[in-house]
Design a protein around this ligand. Structure first.
Ligand code: ADP
Length: 497
């Protein structure tokens, strides 16, 4: 039975319009030129929905609606506490409709239900976290300075634009727009063309929650049309992008031309440093869970496994065993631990990397490759891979974005830190040891936005997440600082007689 036949009634109802429309100014609307595109269920390679395809004219409409909403009494004139109430109401509705959001996300991305559940739960969490922060923030601060009465106020910028990727569509929508909305901005989202659906369902909930028209707009479409038009739009006051470094640079250039501040969350090549005082089986299992989470399509995941030499002979068989045991299947099936790649293109990209890595001299400790899953012959499935070899191998240096890890033995702490930092990225790494002094030393020495100890992919609310070097710029997401990024400072000064 195709997954399409197992839809919850609410998901079936949401997918009924053909095409599923975009959401501008509080209304469901077709594309200006009537264009549409298809989004697939990667677990079956089958059509999930046709969606209105936004282009520059639709981006113009969305930005105009967001500008109007920003200037309106209904949003711009709203007291902070009332804005916070709207965010909490939206969080309530996300929770109340979580089954539908989870199923839709699982179908569009291909991820297992528990992983989609984590993502949706996180959206409600972030909406509430930023709503509460907004209520407890001072928006006017006196400044002590001689001979003047001076203060600084904090005000929202205006229209904040978001260009988002396909690996965590709803989670990243939640992480990104929650601080912007809590601060009083209005938003235009361009979701990824592979996974536009959950952001659109979120709009339906926002409408029900009572968000005024134009506060949240979603324009699905392709990067080089809708995305490029949004990044270059002179009506936006802030831009946040999550995706590849190549596109991040294009977006930063467009925004730079208009002097629009930009936040970039780009790729990563996360390392996990495993010392020989750890149980190899336990760490191998955790790292397997990390690199197969979302089928390895996670920018901060552990992809370089640096293992202390004494542990190597026990770690490698434990790791290959754990990776072989991962249950691969359709996201909606209860037993599935790892779903398909999001698209055939991404599957080919990963297979191509594995091939290039081997040609470049890597040894496959576990051969990864395409696989057919029973009852889902047309899905984009792949098995996990574990390579080893020189640290300068293409698979040890570049982001593969699939369930593939590269293991390297090391001698001492200094060598491990040097290996970690021999990388153009700087997003997130982890260190695994029972010695907390050493753990904290190594955590501080690894150059990246996040260092995790005895865990990987850890996202408690309020803790900043954002990379350095090729992994991003502009302050990241997830913390109080992100909220203040969406408020500009204005000083008010009067000479005292
Ligand atoms: P991936 O290669 O993994 O799909 P991208 O960085 O290309 O990652 O895509 C992330 C987001 O950026 C998507 O929403 C995509 O549509 C958008 N995008 C791609 N190219 C451009 C572009 N030239 N300008 C603006 N947005 C783009």
């Amino acid at each position: 039975m195709a997954a399409r036949d197992k839809l919850l009634p609410e998901v079936a109802e949401f997918l009924k319009p053909d095409p599923v429309q975009m959401f501008i100014d509080g209304q469901w609307t077709p594309a200006d030129d009537g264009g549409t595109f298809e989004t697939l269920d990667p677990g079956d390679g089958a059509l999930l929905a046709r969606v209105a395809e936004g282009k520059a004219a639709d981006i113009d409409r969305a930005v105009a609606a967001a500008q109007k909403a920003f200037a309106s009494e209904a949003w711009g004139g709203l007291a902070v506490k009332d804005r916070a109430v709207l965010l909490h109401r939206l969080a309530d509705l996300v929770e109340a409709h979580s089954d539908a959001l989870i199923q839709l996300e699982s179908l569009d991305v291909g991820k297992p239900i528990p992983q989609a559940d984590f993502d949706v739960t996180n959206v409600a969490l972030m909406l509430r976290w930023y709503a509460d922060l907004a209520v407890h923030t001072r928006y006017s601060e006196p400044i002590a300075t001689p001979n003047f009465e001076a203060r600084q106020i904090r005000v929202p910028y205006g229209v904040a634009a978001f260009i988002l990727p396909w690996n965590f569509p709803i989670l990243l929508a939640g992480w990104n727009i929650s601080p912007a909305l809590a601060a009083g901005n209005t938003v235009v989202i361009k979701p990824a063309e592979n996974t536009p659906l959950s952001a659109l369902l979120l709009c339906a909930l926002a409408k029900e929650a009572g968000f005024p028209p134009g506060v949240i707009n979603v324009v699905p479409g392709f990067g080089d049309t809708a995305g490029a038009a949004l990044a270059a739009h002179t009506g936006i006051k802030r831009m946040a992008f999550t995706g590849s470094p190549a596109v991040g640079k294009l977006i930063a250039s467009s925004c730079g031309a208009n002097l629009v501040p930009v936040k970039l969350e780009l790729g990563g090549k996360g390392a996990a440093v495993v010392f020989d005082d750890m149980d190899p089986k336990v760490v191998a299992q955790k790292l397997t869970e990390s690199v197969t989470l979302n089928t390895g399509q996670v920018c901060c995941t552990a992809t370089r496994w640096l293992v202390q030499k004494k542990l190597w002979d026990k770690f490698v068989p434990a790791a290959t065993q754990a990776m072989k045991s991962v249950k691969i299947g359709h996201g909606l099936e209860a037993t599935t631990q790892m779903g398909p790649m999001v698209s055939q293109t991404q599957r080919e990209r990963v297979l191509d990397y594995l091939e290039r890595g081997r040609k470049d001299g890597a040894e496959a400790l576990l051969e990864g490759g395409p696989v057919t899953v029973a009852d889902h012959p047309d899905g984009f499935y792949i098995t996990p891979a574990l390579l080893t070899g020189a640290p300068d191998n293409v698979c040890a240096q570049e982001e593969i974005f699939g369930p593939a890890a590269y293991a390297i033995p090391f001698g001492d702490e200094a060598e491990a830190v040097a290996l970690v930092n021999d990388c153009p990225y700087g997003l997130a790494n982890s260190v695994w040891t029972a010695d907390l002094g050493r753990a904290n030393r190594v955590a501080e020495a690894m150059v990246a936005g996040s260092s995790w100890i005895n865990g990987h992919n850890l996202f408690p609310p309020g803790v900043p997440f954002g990379g350095c070097n090729l992994s991003g710029l502009g302050g990241g997401v997830g913390s109080a600082a992100t909220f203040f990024d969406y408020l500009r400072n204005q000083s008010i000064v009067r000479p005292l007689e």
